[in-house]
Design a protein around this ligand. Sequence first.
Ligand code: AR6
Length: 173
Amino acid sequence: MKMGNVLLEVRKGNIAEQSDITAIVNAANAELRTGGGVAGAIHRAAGPGLEAETRHWAPIKPGEAVTTNAHKLPNKFVIHCLGPIYGVDQPADKLLADCYRNAILRAEEKKIESIAFPAISTGAFGYPFEEATDVAFTSIREMCPKTKHLKLIRFVLFSETDLESYQSRLNPN
Ligand code: AR6
């Protein structure tokens, strides 16, 4: 689906294996250290240089996004977003929307043409998947007309059900 000049697509897979994408988004922790889920996969693939670089930026607050190099990953940049912990960081929908908005702003600053997002906050941080997907699509829809450099947004989902949920929003019929 095209939203303004930006192509939106969905894939099932591992966010750390998107070799044709310029910037991948990390569902980070506040300290920008390795962890489970997305953060674990990204830091494992990037190697210790990533954590050494992120140390200068940490801690970040829910909704914020910072850009680093991608080290041993096949991409150019990693944009680290701290999603809200559901039921703790409030208002959750605004903070999650800020993640998507700020990631796109960071991408535009670096003139990035392609970016891949995981489903931020929907794993360890407990955000209900369908609600989080609403927020992701609403904030992306708001940002797409404002972008100059971005041409491709890929959502990378881990499970078949999550993939189908995103697909049904891209192709509502
Ligand atoms: N590629 C794509 N999606 C993935 C991958 C992967 N390799 N691994 C998991 N997912 P999570 P959060 C999906 O927990 O909820 C970390 O430990 C997963 O199924 O990675 O924002 C950090 O250190 C889920 O749908 O991120 C933080 O402490 C989604 O990605 C905390 O978890 C997000 O799951 C962040 O929690």
